[in-house]
Design a binder for this molecule. Structure first.
Ligand code: CA
Length: 509
């Protein structure tokens, strides 16, 4: 009996190995990164049940990805704001390690200073990497380019500050850059405005927010997302013509503010608040872009050999600028963009990889944006430089149906004020291990503990009820922040605030 069991185990493990070695390498890799797209902002349920928000949004092409791939319902962004998640994707390092902990704009200037001055707290943000990624960094695009891929960036880059090398995607390993630069929002979504901020205000003149390139669409009735995808499909066809492997980073500026309707879809949302109707048309336009991209890849015979990942860089905007009640646009998750709570960091995640990822499946195993760096490279058979320290883990064995072997917990670290107020929108560090999530708010030393599998809305703080878990996870968080050399915030006038363990000792005293 024992012998036959051993034989069977041997047979199974040999089969598993054979299956692994038979796994096709992805010839092409597409990262479809929507901006500020919330966890509920598609018609693909990421919750255990379909929600009213899933009913509201029209995203049939995202549904197709889900039907043909894997929906990761506990997929996270590396940060609740733009740049830190984007740079984590393209570097494989968490913001705690890279010190790119806030959004970038101008080289050598700290964007966070004016916000901190406005806040009543005694906290001051620490020094951070205000320039973002640099031309010397071993970015995803650099490694794909060195491996012979055609590397194309389209849309919002926001990977490096204006005046630094990383502002231009061409300095970060991309062969082609369609409309990407340093700033993280578009001046306008309308071709009639030349995609300029002043155009939106009916005025002449330039600003840093004006979308570069795309002059062929100026003064035309074209929505920005449509112009970007039209150019992108051209670049995809050119890669096919040149018989190149493709790495495409497609990142529409949408659905980031300014919230401007794509008027041709407004008739689909007659009963919504006008702002929310406008937002829904932006979501729908992104989905049309997804459809155009999928059919171009299909027409060129590339889609069957493509690893396609669909996700977002942070939770949906909810603290300002949206219609209706605030802080509920990611319901049942709590809060939204900028927040430590799930609404700030839990985002859509869909993976389509024909012949490898099982069709129509879901998983509740947590994953995070910086996992994409080792995963996309491994899927394509491109090596990570040996001396490059990673926080992300290679998800490809897990995507193939195996276990996810993660040595370290997921960690978030944003020691900054975002400038807008809302639940959990405070300087914080957090970790998730298993179903538990521990949050440490640096300003007031508050520690909260939630079981986010049972309680995705983070309504029941378990920190007092489960003191041993709180202590274990606080110790782990302190150790992880130290291991990643995360920067600690400071107190106005000098000194450092309570660390996570000191705060816990205060709480449990
Ligand atoms: Ca964003």
């Amino acid at each position: 009996m024992l012998r036959s069991f051993l034989m069977l185990s041997l047979l199974l493990s040999t089969q598993a190995l054979a299956q692994n070695s038979d796994v096709p390498k992805a010839r092409h890799v597409v990262l479809f990164l929507v901006d500020d797209l919330g966890w509920q902002d598609t018609s693909v349920p990421h919750h255990t049940e379909k929600t009213p928000l899933n009913e509201r949004y029209r995203t049939p092409h995202a549904e197709r990805l889900a039907e043909e791939g894997l929906v990761l319902r506990h997929g996270y962004a590396s940060s609740p704001v733009c740049t830190p998640t984007r740079t984590a994707i393209h570097s494989g390092q968490s913001p705690a390690r890279s010190h790119i902990t806030y959004w970038t704009l101008y080289a050598d200037q700290d964007q966070t200073t004016p916000w901190a001055r406005k806040d009543a707290s005694s906290l001051v943000a620490p020094a951070w990497d205000v320039n973002g990624l640099d031309q010397s960094d071993p970015t995803l695009a650099r490694l794909f380019s060195d491996a012979g891929f055609r590397t194309v960036h389209a849309g919002k880059a926001h990977l490096g500050a204006i005046g630094s090398s990383g502002a231009d995607p061409l300095n970060l390993g991309f062969d082609v850059n369609i409309a990407g630069h340093g700033p993280g929002g578009p001046g306008s979504y309308y071709g009639q405005h030349d995609f300029r901020a002043n155009g939106r205000r009916g005025k002449p003149g330039k600003s840093v927010w004006d979308v570069p390139g795309l002059e062929a669409y100026h003064q035309k009735d074209v929505y920005l997302t449509e112009a970007i995808v039209e150019e992108t499909c051209g670049a995809v066809r050119q890669a096919a013509k040149d018989d190149k492997r493709l790495f495409l980073s497609f990142a529409p500026y949408a659905v980031h503010a300014p919230i401007m309707p794509n008027k041709k879809y407004l008739e689909h949302y007659p009963d919504l608040d006008p702002k929310e109707a406008a937002y829904a048309t932006m979501v729908e336009t992104v989905d049309h872009a997804l459809g155009a991209l999928l059919s171009t890849l299909e027409d060129e015979g590339m889609l069957k050999d493509t690893l396609f990942v669909y996700t977002s860089d942070n939770g949906g905007l909810s603290a300002h600028g949206r219609g209706g009640e605030r802080h509920v646009h990611n319901a049942p998750l709590r809060s939204g963009k900028g927040s430590a709570y799930e609404g700030g960091v839990r985002v859509p995640w869909i993976v389509r990889w024909p012949g490898v990822v099982a069709k129509g499946t879901t998983s509740d195993v947590p994953v995070i944006s910086h996992d994409l760096y080792p995963s996309l490279l491994a899927a394509a058979g491109v090596s990570v430089p040996k001396d490059h320290v990673l926080d992300g883990v290679n998800l490809t064995p897990f995507w193939q149906g195996g276990e996810l072997d993660r040595e370290h917990p997921l960690v978030w670290h944003m020691p900054h004020f975002w400038g807008v107020h809302g639940p959990g929108v405070q300087p914080y560090s957090a970790l998730r291990q298993g179903s538990l999530k521990l949050l440490f708010f640096q300003g007031d030393g508050r520690i909260e503990l939630y079981d986010v599998a049972q309680d995705p809305g983070e309504t029941q703080d378990l920190a007092s009820e489960r003191p041993a878990d709180a202590r274990r996870l606080a110790q782990l968080l302190a150790a992880e922040l130290l291991r990643r050399k995360a920067q600690a915030p400071r107190i106005k006038g000098g000194g450092q605030p309570l660390g996570v363990m000191a705060a816990l000792n205060e709480m449990q005293r």
